[in-house]
Write a protein that binds this ligand. Structure first.
Ligand code: SF4
Ligand code: SF4
Length: 235
């Protein structure tokens, strides 16, 4: 049988804890009436953005679907009507779907997008009653006509603090005659500018065009024969 003195002591200790917390400000929020303020870089529901002139930012380049590790994005591109374009590129996304049941909210699609067309916003109210409703269409995600925001893209523009910088340095320069970034050239180490003495020569300028039916030559643009300098041969 429990010692009555110990039991009373434990009860008093419990009441003391209750009294101590009774007048404290509650840490819970009355969701969904009350929403907690989430960080601007929170990765929630996707939004497709427009330019101020109403054109869709998405040019159906497929980079987002190509980079998506969950294969959650499905796009069907279509050529723009030059008289009434939907986007500023050659193509626009006729169908743009995201299967939110597959999405892992990694944000790779936003990072890969060259036009800032897709962002993940701090809206995490995603629950639905059916699987079909978790398949988001362009209509679910595209900003209404007359609205033009950049969303979470702004929150990611500021450079990261030094301790969060990537180990591999970023790169921006001229590659193949075009100004480009490290992502496009595999974080390479090209130096100098095209046209400047000693700078790497653009590959496309040195390529010979082939006549119809002509066999593809067995040489690389640098003059090396295919197979030379492979890891096996260099051993
Ligand atoms: S957040 Fe990640 S998983 Fe989700 S659609 Fe974008 S790339 Fe795919
Ligand atoms: S959302 Fe961006 S990355 Fe995806 S297809 Fe459109 S322009 Fe390309």
């Amino acid at each position: 049988m429990a010692n009555p003195v110990t039991s009373v002591g434990e009860s008093l200790r419990g009441m003391g804890i209750t009294l101590k917390n009774f007048f404290r400000k509650p840490v819970t929020v009355q969701y969904p009436e009350q929403m907690r303020q989430l960080p601007p870089r929170e990765r929630g529901r996707h939004v497709l953005h427009r330019y101020e002139n109403g054109l869709e930012r998405c040019i159906a380049c497929m980079l987002c679907s190509g980079t998506c590790p969950a294969a959650a994005i499905y796009i069907e591109p279509e050529e723009n009507d030059p008289a009434q374009p939907t986007s500023f590129g050659e193509r626009y996304a006729r169908i743009f779907q995201i299967d939110m049941l597959r999405c892992i909210f990694c944000g790779y699609c936003q990072a890969a997008c060259p036009t800032g067309a897709i962002t993940l916003e701090s809206n995490t109210a995603l629950a639905e009653y059916s699987r079909e409703k978790m398949l988001y269409n362009k209509e679910n995600m595209l900003e209404p006509l007359g609205t033009s925001t950049r969303g979470a893209a702004l929150a990611w523009e500021a450079p990261p603090p030094p301790e969060a910088r990537a180990i591999i340095p970023d790169f921006k320069g001229v590659f193949d005659g075009w100004e480009t970034t490290g992502a496009a050239v595999g974080k390479g180490n090209l130096t100098g500018q095209v046209g400047v003495q000693g700078a790497p020569k653009p590959v496309r300028q040195s390529e010979q065009s082939l006549a119809p039916g002509q066999a593809i030559p067995n040489t690389l643009p640098t003059g090396r024969t295919l197979g030379q300098g492979s890891a096996k041969e260099e051993k």
